[in-house]
Design a protein around this ligand. Structure first.
Ligand code: FES
Ligand SMILES: [Fe+2]
Length: 436
């Protein structure tokens, strides 16, 4: 493996920021990423609305460890290693469900929804030595669990900062999504899984990559234009995305400590599901936050959560499987108590753009695979994809960040066509700090 300290060429004084291609293609680096980020750091594990009732659970994977997120009879949530204390079997093989008791399918040990061992089958007949009875047989709790307003995170290692410190300004940005309704957000039933044969960081980059939009998604843009010219398609889902014949739009980006980042764009707000309620929103959250809620905001919560807020809100969870293989789980988030017609509009916008059945995601995933194939040649060392916007870079918060009280490490703003790429730097600086 190349000396890890030399994988990111970061020379701000000279206007240089380059990422070495081994970062995306070296299996040894991937193994180390699993260890450093997914097994020793905070990882997103789900939204509380996935387990609303007592004894509801979901199973997830944190790095290489299977984990159950379970709500007990009192309503408390537990993150538990999904591995029987007897011989290691996964006690809950299902992705989700409701179980007061988890029964291990191998020798029949049973566990309560809070992880307590209820029974070692035929314990009395087992002629166990007293030493065995003194052992703790409960499902082992994951070292750290935290919940920020319904967004649940866990860490396999206890050696992490408090969740609030890990999230930092991300909390303010999650609030912009959560506070769209007085009662917060919920997951719309239904979940989509898809896989692609490329490195997980291509997904992290792409969501905050404005530069690809017009060239990767021309069919989507053309379809929008055709719909706009067809009065009989007035009920077709309307985009709030930037399009070629719209007046110039603004975009900006923030790079935060610990690898988080966000891109925002100003977009025509009249197609936003919140547009008609803007008077109530002003009253409840103020004019400035209403404006921010109606911008598109693409947020990366490093390492594995993405919240894409355009018209619909998409939540993507990234699971790296191998250096060149990634699994995405995607959900639609929506305000609790939204009226049926607005919910319908939101869902049509969501389906139109996102997921393997939408018009944009297939373009993106095909391109990730092309990138991974194209990077196979060891002859080319450095990417040139992290340089746009360099001349507009502001160290610390710009006026847009200040308006929300954010303290990013870097800020950039300009036209949509500037399509800043400095937004990736915070992620790779954090990456290097942890990896090296
Ligand atoms: S492995 Fe679970 S009871 Fe034996
Ligand atoms: Fe895209």
């Amino acid at each position: 493996m190349r000396n890890r300290a030399n994988l990111i060429d970061d020379r701000p004084g000279e206007g240089v920021f380059r990422v070495h291609r081994d970062v995306f293609r070296d299996p040894a680096i991937f193994e180390l990423e699993m260890d450093r980020f997914f097994e020793r750091g905070w990882v997103f594990v789900g939204h509380e609305s996935q387990i609303p009732q007592p004894h509801d659970f979901v199973t997830v994977q944190i790095g290489r460890s299977p984990v159950i997120i379970s709500r007990d009879g009192q309503g408390h949530i537990h993150a538990l290693h999904n591995s029987c204390r007897h011989k290691g079997a996964v006690v809950s093989p299902n992705p989700s469900g409701n179980k007061r008791v988890h029964l291990c399918p191998y020798h029949g040990w049973s566990y309560a929804s809070d992880g307590r061992n209820l029974m070692v089958k035929d314990q009395a007949e087992g002629d166990y030595a007293p030493a065995f009875d003194q052992e703790d047989h409960d499902l082992q709790a994951v070292a750290r669990f935290g919940n920020y307003r319904g967004f649940m995170f866990a860490s396999l290692s206890a050696d992490v900062p408090p969740l609030e410190a890990h999230l930092g300004d991300v909390r303010t940005l999650l609030d912009l999504a959560i506070d769209q309704a007085p009662d917060g957000l919920e997951l719309v039933p239904g979940v989509v899984h898809y896989r692609f044969q490329a490195n997980w960081k291509l997904q992290l980059e792409n969501t905050i990559d404005a530069y690809h939009f017009a060239s990767t998604h021309p069919s989507y843009l053309r379809l929008q234009e055709r719909r706009a010219s067809m009065p009989q398609r007035a009920d077709a889902p309307k985009t709030i995305w930037q399009s070629a014949n719209k007046p110039k739009e603004m975009m900006g980006s923030f790079g935060f400590p610990r690898g988080h980042a966000m891109v925002w764009t100003t977009t025509p707000v009249e197609n936003h599901p919140l547009f008609e309620q803007r008077a109530q929103l002003h009253q409840r959250v103020g004019e400035l936050r209403t404006q921010w809620m109606m911008r598109t905001r693409q947020l990366n919560v490093f390492p594995n959560l993405q919240i894409a807020s355009s018209a619909a809100i998409q939540m993507r969870v990234i699971r790296p499987v191998a250096v060149d293989r990634t699994e995405i789980t995607s959900y639609c988030l929506a305000p609790v108590g939204e009226d049926a017609q607005k919910r319908r509009q939101r869902l049509r916008q969501y389906e139109d753009f996102f997921n393997p059945s939408g018009l944009a995601t297939p373009d993106d995933t095909a391109i990730y695979e092309d990138c991974q194939r194209g990077m196979a040649s060891g002859a080319i060392e450095w990417q040139q994809g992290h340089a746009r916007g360099m001349q507009r870079l502001v160290w610390g918060p710009d006026e847009h960040a200040q308006s929300l009280g954010l303290k990013p490490l870097t800020s950039v703003s300009g036209t949509f066509e500037m399509s800043d790429e400095t937004v990736f730097h915070a992620m790779y600086r954090h990456w290097l700090e942890v990896m090296a």
